[in-house]
Design a binder for this molecule. Structure first.
Ligand code: DGL
Length: 281
């Protein structure tokens, strides 16, 4: 009896110390890492950004699934307790394939965002902006309908917001015009909740909030990065795999190392990244 208890404790401790693997088509997924680190500072994280092949949002589902498998295999080989798909586009088209492939919890950002949207909406009219791939896959409407079939979802692809975020063009006339164009049709549908269905959009949150107000909308913003962090915490707590403390590490891998990497990474993560390794996957 005593021996059994000791074994269980040891196994739990070992598992808790394993890293969480997070990947994205590029550096945008660092917004998810930022949210996870803010909530769970003790966790060790391995991050892979496939920035040699970004963007995924304009590619076919077959190509996205192939790229996603490369990314996930790379991280899984390093030993993980959990795999987090930070990319909305991958979550939209490849999450089932990834869940089947790996014998560990695989969390997709869309499920987390959908859950939060259903919790927040009062009038049951939700708006979603995302990449063309995410919107075409209809993943948010399906995930929301699974939780509450009475909720109506209106979507709009917002492709220009990705390069604006990458450029750091986060305020002024250009992002305001782009955001207006993308959210106006959703405001007209009387949404009370707006899901930011892309890794890059949290960077434009203040302009999105401002344009909602200007459009006389009080819609609540669901940031999928924050929703994902809450889900990671919930699942780790349930499995008793939470790592305590404040000293979690972050190791970053990228498939390309552009000159602007440092600036871009800081913008998405909100802090300097000291160690980054370029890898072929
Ligand atoms: N990471 C993608 C997403 O969240 C945005 C960038 C891309 O198109 O690859 O959908």
């Amino acid at each position: 009896m005593t021996t059994d208890t000791t074994m269980t404790t040891d196994t739990t401790m070992t598992r808790a110390d394993l890293p969480i693997g997070v990947f994205d088509s590029g550096l945008g997924g660092l917004t998810v890492v930022k949210a996870v680190r803010a909530l769970l500072p003790g966790e060790n994280i391995l991050y892979l950004g496939d920035n040699a092949r970004v963007p995924y949002g304009t590619r076919s589902p077959e190509t996205i699934r192939r790229y996603a498998t490369h990314c996930a295999d790379f991280l899984h080989q390093r030993g993980l307790k959990m795999l987090v798909v930070a990319c909305n586009t991958v979550s939209a088209v490849a999450i089932d394939a990834l869940k089947e492939r790996f014998p560990l919890p695989v969390l997709g950002v869309i499920e987390a965002g959908a859950k939060l949207a259903v919790q927040h909406t009062r009038n049951r009219i939700v708006g979603v902006i995302g990449t063309a791939g995410t919107v075409a896959a209809n993943a948010y409407p399906r995930a929301i309908a699974q939780r509450d079939a009475r909720v109506t979802v209106h979507q709009n692809p917002a492709p220009l917001l990705v390069p604006l975020a990458e450029e750091g063009w986060l305020e002024g006339t250009v992002p305001e015009l782009a955001v207006d164009r993308y959210i106006r049709p959703l405001i007209d549908k009387d949404i009370d909740t707006l899901v930011l269905g892309c890794t890059h959009y949290p960077l434009l949150r203040s302009v999105i909030e401002q344009r909602l107000r200007t459009g006389h909308s009080a819609a609540h913003i669901v940031d999928s990065a924050g929703a994902m962090a809450a889900e990671v915490s919930r699942v780790l707590a349930e499995e008793r795999w939470l790592r305590q403390g404040e000293n979690g590490t972050l190791q970053c891998f990228v498939t390309d190392l552009p000159q602007s990497f440092g600036h871009m990474a800081e913008r998405f993560l909100g802090q300097h990244i000291s160690a980054v390794e370029r890898v072929d996957i």
